[in-house]
Design a protein around this ligand. Structure first.
Ligand code: ZN
Length: 310
């Protein structure tokens, strides 16, 4: 099942359409197509998740139902109760960070996942603007996991059955706020408004040949900046769910940003950061892509302000 949100209403997205480039494909309004059985409100979708998945599998795409174009897709999970982010979860990203900090030789992998939150006011949709507060804002393509079933002390082998679906995310990050101070402040540096684009659709795990090995990437102004495979995650989706749910119960609709591979702007020589006028395109094969225009946000320094780098 491929689920989206258009005009703040849940929509079922045409199953044949794997590639959302050029906004091909169509959708139908979920409440109308199900003759009122399922709600239009995206915040209520997890109340009857199993029944919805079953109904969608047998839905026949006839011509009677009005088709909606996909260019109006919004964040498919606009109001999760909890949002988790994972740092340092790809070896190549860990190594680029280590090199930039002058480490020689092997960088030790973390023994446990590095967890932070993106406060939920940072979440936005697949085509929304990213307003820059400073000149130190960076990109991070990530696979995003959405929980479908209450998960408390879940074993790795049972983890996937607690997942509603997968979507594409950008963990936009203000690097100065993230890293300055007596201890890093990941949650603050990654939570300005517009710093969490998600979408374009939520895809159930059964739609993938191997949900543990998906191709991800992002480009800036047409230049590919990051590519990776989720098969290279240091902590896999089941390991993350087992670890997190051993501390905090995961609730239906909760979101996990699973980490980013190498190629962020901070560790380039010289560093590259987002600028007004850029377009950031972010994809996961089998889900679709985000296309977010970058703008000057409140407080962004004027062009002639050389000290405006903080
Ligand atoms: Zn990240």
């Amino acid at each position: 099942m491929r689920l989206g949100v258009i005009a703040n209403r849940l929509v079922l997205v045409d199953k044949d359409q794997k590639d959302h480039k050029n906004n091909k494909g169509t959708a139908v309004d979920l409440e109308q197509a199900s003759k009122g059985r399922f709600p239009a409100d995206p915040e209520r979708v997890f109340d009857s998740w199993d029944a919805l998945v079953e109904w969608a599998a047998s839905y026949t795409w006839d011509d009677e139902q009005e088709r909606l174009p996909l260019d109006g897709l919004q964040n498919p999970v606009p109001a999760p109760r909890q949002v988790y982010g994972i740092g340092a979860n790809y070896r190549d990203h860990l190594e680029e960070a280590g090199r930039a900090q002058g480490h020689q030789g092997d960088i030790p992998a973390p023994g446990t996942p590095l967890i932070f939150t993106k406060f939920r006011t940072s979440l936005t949709g697949p085509y929304d603007a990213v307003p820059l507060p400073t000149r130190n804002v960076d990109w991070e393509v990530e696979l995003v996991v959405v929980i479908g079933r209450h998960a408390e002390r879940v074993a790795e082998k049972d983890a996937w059955s607690h997942v509603a679906g997968l979507t594409v995310g950008q963990d936009i990050s203000e690097r100065v706020i993230q890293l300055e101070g007596i201890a890093p402040q990941f949650s603050m540096g990654k939570s300005f408004p517009g710093f969490g684009p998600m979408g374009p659709v939520l895809v159930t795990p059964d739609e993938f040949e191997d949900p543990d090995d998906l191709e991800i990437g992002c480009s800036l102004g047409g230049q590919v900046m990051q590519t990776g495979r989720t098969g290279d995650l240091l902590f896999s989706v089941p390991q993350l769910i087992a670890y997190i749910s051993g501390v905090t119960p995961l609730l239906p609709g909760d979101v996990i940003f699973t980490g980013t591979p190498a190629g962020v702007g901070l560790f380039r020589e010289p560093p590259v950061f987002l600028q007004p006028g850029d377009t950031l395109v972010t994809w996961v094969t089998g889900i679709g892509e985000l296309s977010n225009p970058v703008t000057a946000g409140p407080g962004y320094p004027a062009a002639d302000d050389q000290d405006g780098d903080k």
